[in-house]
Ligand binder design. Structure first.
Ligand code: MSP
Length: 642
């Protein structure tokens, strides 16, 4: 990536589930940065895509009862659609199951193997499928990975990459390149980790007998590649490494945008892999924080995801992008809420910016026939105009610095500072009164100065809101792609230009939940349901004695010598339990893994077929049919059922 080119990537998303606001955000951020660099005149390349191998995807496919490739083919569309829905202008979308990618992974593995960077040894440790990561004993607390998800013990022969040999080199590289990992506190996090412990070699394979859904190791067909080794390589396979030296040379090194959850893989695994292969390092790895819902990371396993679709529908693409980028203090976590989103939309887009646009363009239409007045040469002679323009220039300079520091929320706040200053200027100059004077000169100066400031705002906000800013620019009579250097020039709206009234952001009323929902009226006549009579009725107190909880099945197996029984291992929140259930006639144990079921959590343990059973599963049954109760959508294990 030379000074005149810019290559940006998002993480490639796992296709185990449909995308949510967290995924949308990284894509929006990448798109906004790409558009900013275009504004600065650079040639740009934006890559996104999907991570389709590994155990997590294999299990998601098994849960749906389809083969992994079929699963990926049916899921990838959701991620492609998401990119389109949020207005991403990506230049490439890579899938790790594509041949153009798998052949590069194979090449990289073979060349590292040939160089003696890969060796075979025993792995004895933990694996977390949800994180797709290996963990040591000290990482695992109460059967959970550092991210709070269940781990599995594995003891198997595997291949290892000599990552440990690069520890000192990596520390020095990060120290010598202060902008390599950003923000600074994430850089310190990686440095702290590298300085405080011995960096182990990286296990980069799984035996085919345990996991078949991966790229085979070229030097041992009995193994497939660890999903992270495969996935990280997408950043270079997509731009033609190693064969197409022209495209690779043109775009590499990249800016990698990631969420903070994948800092280690990107700032330790990836740099050492590249170094061992003799490939230059990425330009920068920038980690943003998480979108939280109810103070917890939004994610599939927490069952608290917020989908972008309703917001895109209600507010439109541009307002959605603006809302997320303005809200998240870049680098920090941020909570998403309907209310904050709506308040910001109405205050900043509908009121400050939208009203400014419509007020100025309407006044011009009404009083000067929508034609830009011929005052550019003299308008800045006036003190308030000079002051406003100076502020606009200060905003442009800060905006550029903020963008370069990835502080997109600050860059946006700068533009809004200008917008509010123009609104303040209008209050003082009162063009609605000036329009009633015989001399329309002062009116023309007020309107023209405001139009020029709106033009600056339309340039600066273009990376964030490309469609709405294009609409504004058309209304201002401007054509062609904007450039940042036009924001430092005065008077680019020509005298006589036709300006049309514009209404950009209509106010949106948030449908409020009524504060006091009426209490449900008890029904007098209790109907008789199948098999239940009024004499069976219990009081609510009786019912609340039964503690029902959601539980995630992590393992299920047949009980030897007992045809009807299965032994299940389940997680109820962070507690591991064993339950024996008479469901073997109805369920194949393999199909139960990962299901979220309902258990009676406070039942006294019982010994069934000589095995302790610590709870009971709920199931619906009629005749010879039986189905386990589960939940309608995602729900964390350990959730109350009431
Ligand atoms: N497949 C790996 C990445 C491989 S990159 C070589 C992966 N996939 S993921 O789908 O689980 O998450 C990818 C990214 O989605 C995160 O790093 C982050 O950028 C984004 N987010 C997912 N959940 C998020 C939030 N709750 N908040 C913000 N972004 C998060 O990890």
């Amino acid at each position: 990536m030379a000074d005149d080119t810019f290559y940006v990537t998002t993480p490639i998303y796992y296709v185990n589930d449909k995308p949510h606001i967290g995924h949308a955000f990284t894509t929006i951020l990448a798109d906004t940065l790409k558009r900013f660099h275009q504004l600065c005149g650079r040639e740009t390349h934006f890559l996104t895509g999907t991570d389709e191998h590994g155990q997590k995807v294999e299990r998601a496919a098994a849960d749906r009862g389809v083969c992994p490739q079929e699963h990926c083919d049916s899921m990838v569309g959701f991620f492609e659609q998401l990119a389109t829905d949020v207005g991403a202008s990506h230049d490439d979308f890579i899938r790790t199951t594509e041949e153009r990618h798998t052949k590069v992974v194979t090449h990289l593995l073979q060349s590292l193997f040939d160089k003696g960077e890969i060796y075979k040894s025993e792995y004895d440790g933990w694996y977390c499928v949800a994180d797709e990561a290996y963990y040591t004993d000290k990482d695992v607390v109460d059967g959970m990975s550092p991210s709070g998800r269940p781990v599995e013990r594995i003891t198997e022969t595997n291949y290892f990459f000599k990552m440990g040999a690069y520890q000192d080199w990596l520390i020095k590289y990060i120290e010598d390149n202060p902008t390599f990992i950003q923000p600074d506190f994430r850089r310190n996090e990686t440095l702290g980790f590298l300085r405080s412990q011995t960096l182990n070699d990286l296990c980069i394979s799984r035996p085919k007998s345990r996991l078949s859904w991966g790229i085979p190791l070229p030097f041992d067909e009995e193994f497939v590649t660890f999903v992270w080794f495969d996935a990280l390589t997408n950043y270079i396979s997509a731009i033609g490494y190693p064969e197409n030296t022209e495209t690779f040379g043109k775009w590499w090194p990249a800016l990698h945008l990631i969420g903070k959850d994948i800092l280690t893989t990107h700032t330790v695994y990836w740099p050492t892999m590249l170094q061992a292969a003799g490939i230059p390092q990425p330009e920068t790895i920038f980690a943003h924080g998480w979108w939280l819902n109810d103070n917890r990371k939004m994610g599939k396993s927490d069952g608290n995801v917020i989908k972008p679709a309703p917001y895109l529908e209600a507010y439109g693409i541009d307002a959605f992008r603006y809302g997320l980028l303005a809200e998240m203090v870049m680098g920090q976590d941020s909570s998403f809420s309907d209310r904050t989103f709506n308040l910001r939309y109405n205050a900043e887009l509908a009121n400050d910016l939208g009203n400014l646009g419509s007020r100025v363009t309407k006044l011009l239409a009404k009083n000067l026939d929508g034609k830009a007045p011929d005052v550019a040469a003299t308008a800045l002679d006036g003190a308030p105009e000079k002051e406003l323009w100076a502020l606009a220039q200060d905003v442009v300079a800060s905006y550029e610095a903020d963008f370069k520091a990835f502080a997109t929320h600050k860059a946006i706040a700068q533009v809004m500072r200008l917008v509010r200053a123009v609104n303040g200027y209008l209050e003082v100059r009162a063009p609605w009164k000036q329009a009633k004077e015989d001399d329309l000169g002062p009116f023309g100066i007020t309107i023209y100065t405001s139009l020029e400031c709106l033009r600056i705002a339309s340039i600066l906000l273009q990376p964030v809101m490309p469609n709405k800013m294009a609409e504004l620019r058309t209304a201002l009579g401007l054509s062609g792609d904007p450039r940042l250097n036009q924001a430092t020039q005065w008077g680019l709206i020509p005298a006589g230009a036709s300006i049309t009234p514009v209404a950009l952001f209509p106010r949106k009323i948030l449908a409020e939940e009524p504060e006091d929902k009426p209490a449900a009226t008890p029904k007098k006549n209790v109907k008789k349901t199948e098999g239940v009579t009024t004499t069976d009725q219990i009081s609510i107190d009786d019912f609340t004695k039964v503690k029902l909880r959601t539980a995630k099945v992590i393992n299920a197996e047949k009980v030897e010598g007992k045809n009807k029984l299965l032994k299940l291992e389940v997680m109820v929140g962070s507690e591991r339990r064993q339950i024996v259930a008479g469901i073997a006639d109805f369920y194949d144990p393999d199909t139960l893994r990962h299901k979220v079921v309902i258990v009676v959590a406070n039942l006294k343990p019982a010994i069934i077929a000589g095995i302790e059973s610590q709870g009971m599963l709920l199931a619906a049954s009629m005749g010879s049919n039986l189905k386990l109760l589960t939940v309608d959508g995602e729900m964390a294990s350990g959730s109350k059922v009431q």
